[in-house]
Design a protein around this ligand. Structure first.
Ligand code: UTP
Length: 294
């Protein structure tokens, strides 16, 4: 039995309709927070967690993501020629972050379907899934925190977060009870049920599932059995629901701050807060914000 996670799946094949027209001719995952594309934050989280391989699930119009993580000889030569050695080094280091492979989702039939597309590349072992829309600022990478739970319990783990009751209808929401384990200080839950996008008054809790998962390979059969649901898509939550019939699933309230960068307001919040934290920009940007006297 596998106790460690060696592969991370990054589904990047969605249409990104909430960011149109910006996403008409470029992938949503390449939109930058300050100067780094969303997808690079996720790849850096994978690398910092010690996972050696990323499997991208790409689709039509997503070539820029492959190019971003490839070596760019022309750009490097030009930067070197202009004496911009530090920038050249940074650009080169992106392509050396880790080993990457790509599989294509021919039609964007939902997150569940995207994960199922990676089945042959993942094989019969547990794996991580990261949605690059969720940018997480934390001391210990969120997916690493979840890997620690997996190493202990050997079961699927989803990242959860407390949200306002009024916001639950944007998420999958869990029903569960806290696990008595001092290591996680009441932040670990054994999931009993989960509901996709419930009305606030019908929600079983305000614990919302966000875009980080550790999944056992049993999820693949469950996704293969799942019919297309809302919007003609195969939903990951439906697959997880089926998995729950056979295996326990845990929910971890991770430590750190998450930004929903797939949403315009969340994207702006991430941009402002992460810019304020930057050593090169924080001070002048703070002064500028103060000068606005809002
Ligand atoms: P979203 O639910 O945010 O959908 O997908 P989306 O298409 O990217 O964006 P909107 O809602 O139209 O604005 C969450 C993640 O799952 C991937 C997306 O690329 C994103 O990283 N995804 C979604 C796929 O890879 N394939 C799909 O069929 C759907």
């Amino acid at each position: 039995m596998f106790t460690s996670i060696r592969k991370a799946v990054l589904p990047v094949a969605g249409l990104g309709t909430r960011f149109l027209p910006a996403t008409k001719a470029q992938p949503k995952e390449m939109l930058p927070i300050v100067d780094k594309p969303l997808v690079q934050y996720a790849v850096e989280e994978v690398a910092a967690s010690g996972i050696p391989l990323v499997i991208f699930v790409t689709g039509r119009g997503k070539d820029a993501i492959e190019d971003h993580f490839d070596v760019s000889f022309e750009l490097e030569r030009q930067l070197a020629g202009r004496g911009k050695e530090e920038l050249r080094r940074q650009i080169r280091s992106i392509s050396g972050l880790l080993q990457m492979t790509y599989v294509r989702q021919k039609h964007p039939l939902g997150l569940g379907h995207a994960i199922l597309t990676a089945r042959d590349l993942v094989g019969e072992e547990p794996f991580a899934v990261l949605l690059s829309d969720d940018v997480i600022d934390s001391r210990v990478p969120c997916i690493k925190q979840m890997m620690d739970v997996f190493e202990h319990y050997g079961r699927s783990v989803v990242a959860i977060q407390r949200v306002d009751r009024s916001a639950v209808s944007s998420y999958g929401v869990i029903k569960g009870h806290p696990v008595e384990d001092r290591a996680w200080h009441g932040r670990l839950f054994r999931i009993e049920d989960m509901v996709e996008k419930p009305e606030p008054r019908k929600a079983p809790s305000n614990l919302a599932i966000i875009g980080r998962y550790i999944l056992t390979p049993a999820i693949f059969d469950k996704l293969a059995q799942t019919r297309r649901g809302a919007g003609g898509e195969i939903q990951l939550t439906d697959g997880l629901h089926r998995l729950l019939e056979n295996e326990p699933i845990y929910g971890l309230i991770f430590e750190g701050k998450r930004y929903d960068a797939g949403d315009k307001l969340g994207f702006l919040q991430a941009t402002v807060e992460l810019a304020l934290k930057r050593p090169d920009l924080g001070k002048p940007f703070r002064q500028y914000l103060k000068s606005l006297k809002l």
